[in-house]
Write a protein that binds this ligand. Sequence first.
Ligand code: SAH
Length: 213
Amino acid sequence: MFEEDGKALLILELRRGGVTDRRVIDAMERLPREMFVPEGLREQAYENIALPIGHHQTVSQPLTVALMTQALDVNDRMKVLEIGTGSGYQSAVLSPLCRRLYTIERYRELMRGAEQRFEELRLTNITTRIGDGSMGWKEQAPFERIIVTAAAHDIPPLLVDQLAIGGVMVVPVNDGRDEHDQRLLRVVRTEDGVETEELGITRFVPLVEGDEP
Ligand code: SAH
């Protein structure tokens, strides 16, 4: 199938899946997802599926990326933290929608690939760091928005600490009911704690604590 046809079909699928935010649709329409997947899988780049990117990690399903970005409700005045850079696709969707994006990945090699893509696409408002994202990025806190693209066991407490009051975090949480499925949560930090809303069920690779093995 021609790339443009594939993209148009994917955009239809995103709309059907509940993506209504024009800015999210535009950002994904502009972005060449084939740049973010291994060469042998480029033909599948516009299918609504997660694809392997090495180190047993995946670039998330496009509909999941779109719904998480929409739920984050980000704008160009905001400083955003992303945990789990992976291929850099989610980062590249967020980059034009926010002021500055800070993104953390455990695997040096994945980060190297993502950084090359950011450079090629001239996404100059992204700052990267290798390490354990569950610790957050203290020097840059507070963040107006935090997005976690790997499944946590619980809402990561250090990330809540680094969220601005009124700020939003979107995070998939595996509460043990099913080892593969997670509840996608939208967490709002309030003066005295958090308010949590469940957005649906998703599948992510686990958030692993500690540095790259
Ligand atoms: N947002 C990515 C999806 C990546 S999958 C994309 O669009 O391609 C989840 C990523 O989280 C993997 O690359 C994995 O290595 C990373 N990860 C898992 N635990 C982590 C941690 N504690 N800190 C930082 N990155 C982590």
